[in-house]
Design a protein around this ligand. Structure first.
Ligand code: UDP
Length: 241
């Protein structure tokens, strides 16, 4: 699969359609696949930490979530085909699951969010089978974590949405995927369940087209300013490179 290295991270250079097709094939061929969707914030974190860089490199599919990554690829004169936002990719996987008969498990978000997301998505895709839903506020190791793994295994889900925020969700997937034998597709998707539940609104089309989704999120959640400072740092670092 063609890859493009951007500041030490090998992104898969795929369109949304190609990414969905790869996931579909992996499911059909029973090939366990971990999908990470780093944005510029996490890519900057990876530029500062080899631990995060190594973690991201262990993904089977690494999708460029966010205009910042695409901009960096353009600055480096190795443009990626397009942005593949995790939340949109997840939506496409739900449609695929409903169509091809795979069951999904939603893990993450505040208590009640995963269940609400499940209810909403069953309305959108009446043939969707949601095997389970669980909030993301549990101890990510020891007996509490073991109980979550047992619940997912017993649900029989083949597709697992892991929405614990980055890089916690990537770490969790990396540490636990071998203990989830029936799960074939693991997706690290940040705040996607909040969007599916209707608790957080996606930026209007204008912001997305103008590559200003980050600005919309900042206006809605000003407390993100600290972590968002990683964005200009990422772009500046790219120019320097
Ligand atoms: N979250 C969680 N468990 C935790 C910490 C956070 O499930 O221990 C959830 C949180 O409720 C939110 C998501 O993780 O739904 C992180 O969302 P955010 O938009 O910050 O995602 P990011 O930008 O980090 O990908």
């Amino acid at each position: 699969m063609p890859k493009i290295t951007i500041r030490g991270i090998d992104f898969d250079n795929v369109t949304m359609d190609e990414a969905v097709l790869l996931a579909k094939q992996a499911l059909k061929e029973n090939q366990r696949t971990a999908v990470f969707t780093p944005n510029a914030e996490i890519a900057q974190l990876a530029a500062e930490s080899t631990e995060i860089r190594d973690l991201l490199s262990r993904a089977d599919l690494l999708l460029p979530d966010g205009a910042g990554i695409v901009l960096a690829s353009e600055i480096l004169k190795t443009p990626l085909k397009e942005k593949v936002a995790g939340v949109d990719f997840g939506e496409r996987i739900l449609a695929l699951a409903a169509q091809d008969g795979y069951s999904v498990f939603f893990l993450g978000g505040k208590p009640g969010i995963a269940e609400l997301a499940a209810q909403k998505k069953i309305l959108t895709y009446p043939t969707l089978s949601v095997a389970g839903a669980k909030d993301g506020y549990f101890k990510k190791e020891g007996i509490e974590n073991d109980a979550i793994l047992r619940e997912i295994n017993e649900s029989g889900a083949q597709i697992l949405f892991v929405c614990l925020g980055a890089p916690a969700q990537e770490r969790w997937i990396d540490e636990n995927k071998d203990r989830l034998p029936s799960v074939k597709l693991l997706l690290g998707l940040g705040g996607s369940l909040d969007v599916y539940a209707g608790a957080v609104r996606r930026a209007p089309e204008f912001f997305i087209r103008a590559r200003l989704e980050w600005l919309y999120r900042l206006l809605k959640e000003p407390r993100r300013i600290g972590r968002m400072m990683k964005l200009p740092k990422y772009i500046l670092g790219t120019y320097r490179e």
